[in-house]
Design a protein. Sequence first.
Length: 166
Amino acid sequence: MLRQTLRLVTFLTPLLLFPVSAYAEVTREAVINRDGTLELVFYIKGKKIARQVWDNNGVHVRTTGIIPNGMVKHRYVDGTVWEISYKNNRADGVSKIYDKNGVLRVTSHYTNGKLDGISKIYSPGGNLIGELHYKEGSLLKKTDYGKKGNPVREPFFTLLTRFSVL
């Protein structure tokens, strides 16, 4: 009897200590509605678990359901993958965007649903080509390193435009 109880405790302990997202991948997809609002729908194993709605100005309107704390993956049709950490139903922590070839293209940090800190943009070859400095969601500074890695006057950040909304 004691041996069976110990086996059960040994089996259940990891399940209790780690969130469900550690065992099942959380994915998300974006749907743009006719009225211009954006819906982010979150899934575990194909089952919808949560939904966030954003207005056409990028302002969060509401969240229904619960997004597990941890990493969420968003796969785009072109093969791009966006990994973003969530905590308490909001983006919080590290965010990474990989191109269709699996090359890291952007790293960012979110705090309480807002960009916060330095976002780094990399070329397809893996070289740092730019930085965006954020504080609580507000862009403070842009730096474009150009082809030779030196800062240039005119910023070039077209890569981030399609990833600007959570």
